[in-house]
Design a protein around this ligand. Structure first.
Ligand SMILES: *Cc1c(COP(=O)(O)O)cnc(C)c1O
Length: 217
């Protein structure tokens, strides 16, 4: 698929300009599209796909059951959807945005005797419309979830770039997340940031996982 190749080339260029040794993974956010488009991207080699609603993830997961797709959940998770999500065994939940949600997830995972990989979502631009932990509270929250929620396996951080036309403002929001990521040291390996409009900047600021939707579909 031409579009995927073009994007991989742009990712590669940004990656090589920043850090030749970093692996940058693309999660194709398929929330805007149907299973036919997912199939064609899969045929082109894409394996990780992300959805932002549990019902959509469930439907697409079931329809594409024969493909070994790595499913990611990137949206706001309501506590009444936790069980349904855990049943789908997603590879990674990007959007752990409160301690209450971490506790609820931990409890349900324990009851099912499964562990779930997750990222702590940081509201790095402190926008009211966005979920996530305040940057100042992030390290303590990360340590608390790691210590208290034994069925939640924290792998790193997720952040959505500032909603701004000003590149400096977006960059600053990415750098805020990167600083927290660096402080976590070997406790965190995934830094999920960068979407269709800002992924090259996100790579320059340290991202190693992109969530790309509209640009791919
Ligand atoms: C929709 C969505 C994306 C993809 O956004 P695009 O701008 O279309 O690339 C990434 N992350 C989250 C959390 C989303 O909800």
């Amino acid at each position: 698929m031409k579009k995927l190749l073009e994007i991989i080339e742009r990712v590669e260029k940004a990656r090589l300009a920043t850090d030749r040794h970093r692996i940058v993974k693309i999660v194709a956010v398929s929330k805007y599209t149907d299973t036919n488009a997912i199939r064609s991207l899969y045929a082109a080699g894409q394996r990780a796909f992300g959805e932002s609603r549990v019902q959509d993830l469930q439907a697409k997961h079931d329809e594409l059951n024969e493909l070994p797709i790595e499913w990611h959940f990137v949206g706001r998770l309501q506590s009444n959807k936790i069980n349904a999500l855990l049943e789908l065994q997603p590879a990674l939940i990007h959007s752990l945005d409160s301690f209450k949600l971490a506790e609820a997830l931990d409890k349900r995972a324990e009851a099912k005797d499964v562990t779930i990989n997750a990222l702590l979502q940081i509201n790095s631009a402190k926008e009211e419309s966005k979920a996530g932990f305040e940057p100042e509270a992030a390290i303590e929250a990360y340590e608390r979830v790691s210590e208290e929620c034994h069925y939640v396996n924290l792998q790193g951080l997720m952040s959505i770039g500032a909603h701004s036309e000003d590149r400096d403002v977006v960059q600053k929001s990415f750098e805020t997340s990167r600083e927290i990521f660096d402080k976590l040291g070997d406790k965190a390996s995934v830094l999920s940031m960068g979407m269709s409009g800002d992924f090259e900047l996100a790579i320059a600021c340290g991202s190693n996982m992109l969530r790309l939707g509209s640009i791919l579909f």
